[in-house]
Design a protein. Structure first.
Lengths: 112, 110
């Protein structure tokens, strides 16, 4: 699976958009970008994934650059409950059978 | 409700004892995973299983063992060979795009 690079931490203001970058310059053509988040002392939670088109769901938006070497997770209106560690992962999309590895993630602190 | 259950939430053991952490899922997922997380760190993969009766070592398998005799169960044994067993252990299952995690077991070895 391709390696990802994320900032160690970032702060954002409550009610503002939070833009979380992720670099994945070695991504392969069959690898998708996935985002998870982990609230303190809980198991990680899936947020969103995409291949090359921008994606949006009720939690967030995912913007993937045209060359697919980087992406940005956008939390449109950050709340205090969005304080968490956010993990960006790239891997092939298969029903089962491949490793699921996490990097260090970005520790996001939403401030009032 | 469908989900993945880890038990117990907190576990204390004396040094030198083996301990088994439970992970059960009723999501009918083929793939299951075990991770270790130390304070302020990310998740590190211990073992994973693609299908019943099959499993592979992850990045930090030394001192751990697993079994996958049933699709819904993937227990992890922390053996006395594990040098620093105190950690937060997370189990996950996946079948498709989304992985589902349990709430974790916090193991303390004294």
């Amino acid at each position: 699976d391709a390696k990802t690079t994320q900032p160690t931490s970032m702060d954002c203001a409550e009610g503002r958009a939070a833009n979380l970058p992720c670099n994945h310059s070695t991504i392969s053509g069959n690898e998708y970008v996935y985002w998870y988040r982990q609230i303190h002392s809980q198991g990680p939670q899936y947020i969103i994934h995409g291949l090359k088109n921008n994606e949006t769901n009720e939690m967030a938006s995912l913007i993937i650059t045209e060359d697919r070497k980087s992406s940005t997770l956008i939390l449109p209106h950050a709340t205090l409950r969005d304080t968490a560690v956010y993990y960006c992962i790239v891997r092939p999309r298969r029903a089962a059978g491949n490793k699921l590895t996490f990097g260090g993630g970005t520790r996001v602190l939403v401030k009032p | 409700d469908g989900g993945i259950t880890q038990s117990p939430k907190y576990l204390f053991r004396k040094e030198g004892q083996n301990v088994t952490l439970s992970c059960e899922q009723n999501l009918n997922h083929d793939a299951m995973y075990w991770y270790r997380q130390d304070p302020g760190q990310g998740l590190r993969l211990i073992y994973y299983s693609q299908i019943v009766n099959d499993f592979q070592k992850g990045d930090i398998a030394e001192g751990y063992s697993v079994s996958r005799e049933k699709k819904e169960s993937f227990p992890l044994t922390v053996t006395s060979a594990q040098k620093n067993p105190t950690a937060f252990y997370l189990c996950a299952s996946r079948d498709g795009d989304e992985a589902f995690f349990g709430q974790g077991t916090r193991l303390t070895v004294v």
